[in-house]
Design a binder for this molecule. Structure first.
Ligand code: UD1
Ligand code: UDP
Length: 371
């Protein structure tokens, strides 16, 4: 393959995949050894497009699949059929997918059926519980089991794959989310005036969108927020609500119209990074936010009972509190009242990477094709 370019097709579909794949797209498209193209499933639409715009990336192929309140069966079938057609035309040497979404799982399966090599970015994350997170745990197990190259963010992720009996193609690279975060924090400072935050209050940032938290658990989270706002006159809460209607239909009836709670639309990535930086505490069930916040020195309380990202918990910047009202209230109150505990959690140490994961991935692929 020495005189030939490496035909690489990067496939993604949701906001977090875009944030974590765009720095890699930029890197590979600058490298003359690669012919790097982008296929988006558009499992997300607005939330995907805002990231593509930020990184100035125009997809070569767009399946435009998102439907309001879509279900896993139809989305999965459409990804399988849609990607097959593009793979038949584009004939890539290597398909790169990211993480654990339906886009990642079904695009990788489709590439496997087409006998195309697969590279998995953010490989090896596990809770070892097929129901949490659902359906992501099974997607990542599937993708790793059929990948030729696995780019693991941490030693632990690498070990998880090795323990499953796979022995070849596993590399530790760091997480590309840190490449994206540092790029944005250093180059795209955003103005947050439009949110109307009170500079005299401490800001608590909330995000929640996981399927396992739909219904009762999300209600518990919202009731905890309401209680905290009533107890603490010196805090304000900002919740950029995910566009999934299952989130909004639960959140709005409980939290809308309450003083010092701002329910806002999802933020573009640059303002979201600025808001993370400004926040006193972050409450989240997001995977990406758990990885980013430790770089900014902001304590994170995770609204889940388990996580596939245990490293930051070991480092002390992140704690699991689940989606239980009392536990959330007492954990936040503790951080508000106990400055020593707060300072302990707000060390800016990040176990997920140093911002050069894309360089590692680029070199590993070059070596694999010996160019
Ligand atoms: C998906 C992923 C989840 C990931 C999350 C990141 C799966 C099964 N789930 O969950 O792993 O953590 O993305 O955010 O792959 N919507 C819009 N516009 C958008 C995006 C979503 O209107 O730009 C609404 C639509 O009604 C859509 C719904 O949200 O049908 C759900 O989107 P979907 O991708 O199926 O699920 P998420 O909850 O976003
Ligand atoms: N994010 C964003 N705007 C928001 C909320 C989150 O840009 O309003 C970013 C966040 O910084 C992180 C990513 O989106 O990089 C996480 O996406 P999400 O929580 O939807 O998915 P997950 O990471 O849980 O799969």
């Amino acid at each position: 393959m020495s005189n030939k370019k490496i035909k690489t097709l990067l496939v993604f579909g949701t906001r977090p995949e875009a944030i974590k794949m765009c720095p890699l797209v930029q890197k590979l498209q600058k490298n003359p050894k690669f012919d790097a193209k982008v296929l988006v499933t558009a499992q997300h639409r607005q939330m995907l497009d805002s990231v593509l715009k930020l990184f100035d990336i125009v997809p070569d192929y767009d399946l435009n699949l998102m439907k309001p309140n879509q279900n896993l069966w139809e989305l999965s079938s459409n990804i399988l059929l849609g990607t097959k057609e593009i793979f038949d035309t584009a004939k890539p040497d290597l398909v790169l997918v990211h993480g654990d979404t339906t886009t990642a799982g079904l695009s990788a399966l489709s590439a496997f059926y087409s006998r195309i090599k697969i590279g998995h970015v953010e490989a090896g994350l596990r809770t070892f519980d097929k129901d949490y997170p659902f359906p992501e745990e099974i997607n990542r197990v599937l993708v790793d089991s059929i990948s030729d190259l696995m780019f693991c963010p941490t030693d632990k992720a690498k070990e998880n794959i090795e323990k499953s009996g796979i022995s070849k193609g596993i590399y530790k690279t760091g997480n590309t989310v840190i490449d994206a975060l540092l790029y944005v924090v250093n180059n795209k400072e955003a103005n947050l005036d439009f949110i109307g935050l009170d500079p005299n209050l401490k800001t608590i940032l909330l995000t929640s969108h996981r399927r396992e938290n739909f219904g009762k658990p999300l209600e518990e989270i919202c009731r905890a927020i309401k209680e905290l706002i009533q107890k603490n006159k010196d805090i304000q809460v900002v919740y950029p609500m995910h566009l999934n209607p299952n989130v909004r239909n639960t959140v709005k009836p409980i939290l809308e119209g309450i003083e010092r709670i701002k329910l806002i639309e999802p933020l573009d990535y640059a303002p979201f990074c600025s808001l993370m930086k400004k926040s006193h505490i972050i409450l989240t069930d997001s995977g990406g936010v758990q990885e980013e916040a430790p770089s900014l020195g902001v304590p994170v309380l995770v609204l889940r009972d388990e996580t596939e990202r245990p490293e930051a918990i070991e480092y002390g910047g992140v704690k699991l509190v689940g989606a239980h009202r009392e536990k959330i209230v007492s954990s936040v109150q503790h951080l508000i009242d106990d400055n020593e505990a707060y300072q302990k959690m707000s060390k800016a140490v990040n176990p997920y990477g140093d911002g050069i994961a894309c360089d590692y991935i680029e070199k590993i692929i070059e070596n694999y094709y010996s160019v």
